[in-house]
Design a binder for this molecule. Structure first.
Ligand code: NAP
Length: 308
């Protein structure tokens, strides 16, 4: 019985190597090994195509290589197979670093000063006061809470929005669609740290983004499909939004002629806000398999009804 790595388009070798270290002798195969399907007990994958999972009759658990598992929730996922995701505290910290870095570049006018430097121009601008830098974090899970906590010592007021009410020390929290307008109206810096579900797909559109204060900055580290990209572009072009930092896109990578590459108000990065460590991914996959074998609950399983 074995673990199979199907991490395409991510390279399988680093995941397989880490699994071999963590698995305590459980064989680890990649797609190239063409393993006998009946021997596969666990699959580690980033995304799944329909038609694959039914080939493995003894599958006990399906593990995501990342914090999100939405690409694994295929229609032919067997009812009894739990899907787990990665929860890596360091990943939350790395994402918070990314969000703070891109936000401060905006709130401290670093791009403007870089342009001035190129002209040898000594010109001082007033520092944006904290009351004009209210941060609003969408999603208060492992990642969202790490982001919210990172902003508190910087003196920026922090709000957070989740599906169900959450309490996070120092953070003004809002929950559900009813409280979304109030949350948005107080977010000069909007950070999306939501999982992709039926409810969050397209949630950031002209209607919602236009509820932000004029001149707001938007950071997306959630999923690209949560943003209606033409609506975002229109609000940037029209001057309603001041800028955006995008780490995730509707299509990854965006085509070379996509507007995000060249828009002067956009910072675009190739889904690098954070990468869970291979060792953590491997350890959590092995733990999930052991728990499945022992019939134990799966603390990192996604709720298939909720979609995250
Ligand atoms: P998580 O622990 O499951 O937390 C998800 C949060 O989103 C929860 O607070 C949840 O509300 C909230 N939420 C879900 N659906 C909602 C809705 N319809 N309305 C309002 N709030 C909703 O997930 P996580 O570990 O924080 O990760 C979040 C996402 O970050 C991942 O799914 C992935 O898409 C993204 N991510 C990106 C990168 C990157 O490199 N760019 C890396 C890691 C993760 P409740 O608290 O009420 O459940």
């Amino acid at each position: 019985m074995a673990i199979l790595v199907l991490s395409n388009p991510l390279p399988s070798a680093p995941f397989a190597a880490a699994l071999r270290q963590a698995s305590g002798g459980i064989p680890v195969w990649t797609e190239q090994d063409s393993p006998p399907p009946e021997a596969v007990e666990a699959i580690l994958a980033w995304r799944m195509r329909p038609g694959i999972l039914p080939q493995y009759p003894n599958l006990r658990v399906l593990c995501s290589t990342g914090a999100g598992a939405e690409k694994l929730l295929v229609d032919d996922l067997p009812e009894h197979v739990p899907v787990t995701r990665v929860v890596d505290p360091m990943q939350g910290v790395e994402i918070a670093q990314y969000v703070v870095a891109t936000t401060l570049q905006f709130t401290r006018d670093l791009k403007l000063y870089a342009e001035q430097q190129a002209r040898a121009e000594w010109k001082r601008h007033p520092v944006r006061t904290a009351v004009r830098c209210r941060v609003g974090v969408m999603g208060l899970g492992a990642v969202g809470q790490a982001i919210a906590r990172a902003f508190l010592p910087l003196g920026y007021p922090v709000g957070g929005w989740s599906r169900t009410p959450r309490e996070v020390p120092g953070v003004a929290t809002f929950a559900g669609m009813d409280e979304l307008p109030e949350f948005l109206s107080q977010a000069d810096i909007l950070v999306c740290a939501l999982p992709l579900t039926d409810e969050t797909r397209g949630l950031l559109n002209h209607h919602t983004l236009a509820q932000l204060p004029r001149g707001a900055f938007f950071v997306n580290i959630g999923r690209g499909e949560q943003v209606v990209e033409p609506d975002l572009r229109a609000l940037l072009d029209g001057g309603y939004l001041a800028g955006a930092a995008l780490d995730v896109f509707e299509r990854e990578p965006p085509p070379p002629d996509n507007w995000v590459w060249s828009h002067p108000q956009v910072v675009a990065t190739p889904h690098i806000a954070a990468q869970a460590s291979f060792d953590t991914v491997a350890q959590q996959c092995v733990d999930a398999l052991r728990r499945a074998r022992d019939g134990l609950p799966q603390p990192l399983a996604v709720d298939r009804q909720r979609g995250y």
